[in-house]
Ligand binder design. Structure first.
Ligand code: DGY
Length: 330
């Protein structure tokens, strides 16, 4: 008897050509990302694959309700949304989309650095709110980034792509990571201990994964080590910074400002004090949000999903130890 096609649950609206690609080899169940937990659990019952946003929580109870699940394919490079030890224990492969979004996130990081240094938001608002035409005083001057020091925390693919761009703008680049010798191609970045990097940098930019050891990596003590003229940029994950401590630092002038693409709660509830501070630039988690990059991410996420369902090694898996079990149908 011919085996039935595996069921794959998809929580990101796939374009028609991607849907056809999936439907050729799977029974596809498309569910909206904001589907209530009960309905999601129902859709996952019997599913062998899940293709979801890198922001959708994939926890123990969700996995327990999907005993045939073999692969969680995240549409994104971050995988802090998945309980990784639990997935590994259950023989579920967790896949992500590294590499294809590094340039897009690095571009946005530079955009935030420039927005901060050239007061882009304030100047744009000055025009659209009729400040310029009304003869009101112009915003204060910005600052040059050439010759300034950028401190990169996390010199992985994205951190290195940011370093290359920053060097092209004439910045000095120092970094902190678990390794003291910079990887090939980034030998113009100087290693620093975290505290030294914070004290030395004019702009600090975060490029680490969110994991227990990086949760609130920058807290009140660390923010207190930064220069009062320094800006903090975050395009990684919100909880890497203690946001309450950051708000205090921004109010007290401990640091000059923050340019953030990510927040501790996304989307914000609406009452967070960070939303009404004058010295912040905030974006709605759009690091990878370009047509080309999102298409490349989806392609890789689909390849990961289909490879595991077909019993083959996926191109990008973060818990390879789960593969021997994940590649077999249950
Ligand atoms: C990623 O790829 O991790 C992006 O931040 C989207 O979550």
């Amino acid at each position: 008897m011919e085996a039935s096609l595996p069921i794959a649950c998809v929580t990101i609206g796939p374009p028609p050509e991607v849907l056809s690609r999936l439907e050729a080899v799977c029974q596809v169940r498309v569910v909206a990302a904001d589907t209530p937990a009960g309905a999601l659990h129902e859709a996952l019952a019997g599913a062998e694959g899940l293709l979801c946003s890198a922001l959708m929580p994939v926890n123990e109870s969700l996995m327990a309700g999907a005993p045939r699940l073999r692969v969680v394919s995240n549409f994104g490079v971050g995988f802090n949304n998945v309980d990784l030890p639990e997935a590994t224990r259950r023989g579920i492969a967790v896949c992500n989309t590294p590499g294809v979004l590094s340039d897009a996130v690095a571009d946005l990081t530079l955009a935030l650095i420039l927005a901060a240094s050239r007061r882009l938001v304030e100047n744009a608002t000055y025009v659209t709110s009729r400040g310029w035409s009304g003869g009101h005083p112009a915003p204060a001057l910005g600052f040059d980034i050439g010759g300034k020091t950028l401190g990169i925390i996390g010199l992985g693919r994205i951190g290195r792509a940011v370093a290359r761009r920053a060097r092209a703008f004439g910045m000095e680049v120092v970094y902190h990571d678990t390794f003291e010798t910079p990887p090939e191609g980034s030998d113009d970045c100087q290693y620093r201990r975290l505290d030294d990097l914070l004290g030395e940098s004019d702009i600090v930019s975060l490029h680490v994964n969110l994991a227990p050891e990086t949760h609130h990596l920058l807290d009140a003590r660390e923010l207190g080590l930064m220069k009062p003229t320094a800006w903090l940029v975050n395009t990684s994950r919100g909880p890497v910074i203690n946001q309450a401590a950051l708000v205090r630092a921004l109010r007290q002038g401990t640091i000059a400002g923050a340019a953030l693409d990510v927040l501790e709660t996304e989307p914000p509830m609406g009452k967070e004090p960070i939303l009404s501070l004058p010295n912040v630039v905030l974006l709605p988690h759009v690091g990878s949000a370009t047509v080309e990059t999102r298409a490349a991410m989806l392609d890789l996420a689909v390849k990961n999903l289909l490879a595991v369902l077909a019993g083959q090694e996926p191109p990008a898996c973060v818990n390879r130890e789960a593969l021997p079990r994940a590649l077999r149908r249950r």
